[in-house]
Design a binder for this molecule. Structure first.
Ligand SMILES: Nc1ncnc2c1ncn2[C@@H]1O[C@H](COP(=O)(O)OP(=O)(O)O)[C@@H](O)[C@H]1O
Ligand SMILES: [Mg+2]
Length: 251
């Protein structure tokens, strides 16, 4: 087996809000240059997990090991409407007082990777949802993270736009060596593009399945995921109240 560099390892993560146990011993691993999808229904703790990985939230128990800088792109684009996309993307770099030429170089590189170049002089309200989402990702990408955490980047986008964005995300991982964690509620949307899929369910949330897709052709990945899920469904259906298979496919 080829040698792989670990980028991120979250071990036995627990998190409660009040007396509600949300994350109950979650284990996640990601390697350098991989796209890792975490798929679970609304309320399963995906955002909480990303916030813990990004260091924005403390777990009650557990350990997060990061090899490099991990930055989170929030689900809301949070673009400033009075600034052009170019200036929105530059925000963090201006704040960090980088030289103007370096800022321009980074904006240009990130924009090419994401397919944003022709929109840089538009305002957020002048562009499509997909372009605004790309700008929100570019704003973090220019900060040069090793690990890019994307919280439901596909939300609100149509199928074609999702596909185009996922292709860009794969390129950022595979060509630039960034580790990308993509959170979503649909295995259908992300499986063809992911090197590994983690399936999580309702709180108290654990990883229900971890599916390595690297050796599988993109068009066969979803059926592999389905076959793992159906085995899981069979195993779990003997337990009371378990409906993982149906939960996962619902929004
Ligand atoms: N700061 C918070 N305070 C109280 N409850 C929270 C907080 N953040 C998240 N939760 C709860 O934790 C659960 C998981 O939330 P979240 O991580 O946002 O899930 P997801 O992103 O998968 O939809 C939900 O029940 C949510 O209400
Ligand atoms: Mg969320």
């Amino acid at each position: 087996m080829e040698y792989r560099d670990i980028a991120l390892r979250a071990t036995s993560i627990y998190k409660s809000f009040g007396d509600r146990l949300v994350l109950s011993g979650v284990n996640i691993e990601a390697y350098r240059g991989e796209v890792v999808a975490i798929v679970g229904p609304n309320g399963s703790g995906k955002t909480t997990l990303l916030r813990i990985i990004a260091g924005l939230e403390e777990p009650d128990k557990g350990r997060v090991e990061l090899h490099g800088k991990a930055l989170l792109v929030f689900q809301e684009n949070l673009l400033l409407p009075w600034k052009k996309l170019r200036d929105n993307i530059a925000l963090g770099l201006v704040y960090a007082r980088l030289p103007r030429v370096e800022i321009e170089r980074r904006i240009s590189e990130a924009s090419k990777l994401l397919g944003l170049t022709e929109y840089l002089d538009k305002y957020p309200w002048q562009v499509s949802g997909g372009t605004a989402r790309k700008a929100a990702i570019a704003r973090i990408l220019v900060l040069d993270p090793d690990i890019l955490l994307l919280d439901e980047p596909l939300a609100g986008l149509d199928i074609e736009t999702r596909r185009a964005l996922l292709e860009r995300i794969v390129a950022i991982a595979h060509e630039k060596g960034k580790t990308v964690i993509v959170v979503d509620h649909s295995v259908e949307a992300v499986s063809p593009y992911a090197d590994r899929v983690y399936i999580i369910s309702y709180p108290p949330t654990r990883v229900e399945a971890s599916i390595d897709l690297r050796g599988t052709e993109p068009e066969k990945r979803l059926s592999l995921v389905y076959s793992v899920l159906s085995k899981l469904g069979n195993r779990r259906s003997t337990r009371k109240g378990s409906q993982l298979g149906s939960n996962i496919h619902e929004k």
